[in-house]
Design a protein around this ligand. Structure first.
Ligand code: CUA
Length: 381
């Protein structure tokens, strides 16, 4: 069906395609820019080579002792070959920047997946609780937002068919997103040398038709949602002894966490938005940004929680919202839990900023997810 799929990894005896299959809404945009760059490069390379040859012949020395005529400067010429290249390079800059912003500003409404890189594997956790290693199942035609970090060294997450690539850096959350346009199996791998088995740090993204995806989700119906796993941790680690989580709860020794996510927050000496990164920092390094009106008494949890557990706590804190309220106050880093638990409502997600790129986009959304069906269990928090 596709070239990437037909390449058995250890077997190098396969034709290398000029470019990987286009399987996301970004892909045609990235490829168009690439073709433009190649065409531009070819045009100038050929033009300059031709000019060199032409002038070399035309102005060759014709007899011994010939001296070239001195040449005075030409303002018109200088301006021309400054301004035209400037305009051309600006087209590359503007075009490239617009694609970059689309790719690296995650949309508010998207199905969210947490990604943790580790020597040498990719770990994925869906909001509905399913966990995968080196495999990621997503529905076709739905925006998928990845919030990513790493347990050890820098890795880089790359899916050539989607034309997305994002480094993951220890101690930080980074985000990228994609919308797959074709069902299939697409190679993903690490593109940052990260040690002995770097080359084996790969797997597949399985893009599925919505119905098949529902089935896949139902298969993991027993899985506990990320938020409820986080809730358990919250109790186990004693967070609850200082932090209120109920609506209208009074402040304890620590700030109440209800309705916190995505909101602006007063801290000593400034203001921050309570997004994933802020919550992570507050768990690991509570002294860094103390909420106004509270004492600096929270112990650090550095070394006591894995990156996955921290992400579960983030998912839990994020779920502490008034009913039906969108927590997407934090711009690129947040989204309402209501819109992301299932993440399988393609018809709500058609307004892709990158625009329609294939016949799939125009077709009616196949099979709305059943309201209380197979996914009901998996999605319920
Ligand atoms: Cu991870 Cu290379």
């Amino acid at each position: 069906m596709n070239l990437m799929q037909s390449i058995p990894l250890p077997n190098v005896n396969v034709p290398v395609p000029f470019s990987p299959e286009q399987a996301s809404t970004f892909a045609p945009h990235v490829d168009a820019l690439y073709v433009y760059l190649v065409a531009l490069t070819a045009f100038f390379s050929l033009g300059i080579t031709a000019a060199i040859i032409f002038f070399a012949v035309k102005y060759r020395r014709r007899h011994h002792g010939e001296l070239p005529r001195p040449i005075a400067g030409s303002m018109a010429l200088e301006l021309t070959w400054t301004i035209i290249p400037l305009l051309i390079s600006m087209t590359i800059f503007i075009w490239g920047a617009s694609i970059f912003f689309k790719a690296y500003r995650a949309p508010r409404e998207a199905m969210e997946v947490y990604v943790v890189g580790k020597q040498w594997m990719w770990k994925f956790q869906h909001q509905t609780g399913q966990r995968e290693i080196n495999e990621l199942h997503v529905p076709v035609g739905v925006r998928v937002k990845l919030t990513m970090t790493t347990e050890d060294v820098i890795h880089s997450f790359y899916v050539p068919a989607f034309r997305i690539k994002q480094d993951v850096v220890p101690g930080r959350y980074l985000q990228t997103w994609f919308e797959a346009t074709k069902a299939g199996k697409y190679y993903l791998f690490c593109t940052e040398y990260c040690g002995t088995n770097h080359s084996g740090m790969g797997g597949y993204v399985h893009v599925m038709e919505p119905a098949a995806y529902q089935q896949w989700l139902a298969g993991g119906a027993g899985a506990e949602s990320a938020a409820s796993q986080g809730q358990k941790l919250f109790q186990e680690r004693g967070c609850a002894s200082c932090h209120q989580v109920e609506a209208g709860g009074s402040q304890g020794r620590g700030p109440t966490l209800f309705g916190l996510f995505g909101r602006a927050r007063q801290i000593e000496g400034g203001q921050v938005t309570a997004d994933e990164s802020y919550i992570r920092e507050s768990i690991l390094n509570p002294q860094a940004k103390t909420a106004v009106g509270f004492q600096n008494i929270m112990p650090t949890f550095t070394g006591q929680l894995s990156e996955e557990q921290i992400l579960q706590l983030v998912a839990y804190i994020r779920s502490l919202q008034p009913e039906g309220q969108d927590a997407a106050g934090a711009g690129a880093t947040s989204s309402g839990s209501a819109t992301t638990t299932g993440g399988v409502a393609p018809q709500q997600q058609r307004s892709n900023p990158v625009g329609p790129t294939g016949e799939r986009q125009g077709s009616p959304a196949p099979q709305a997810p059943p309201a209380g069906g197979a996914t009901g269990n998996a999605n319920r928090r």
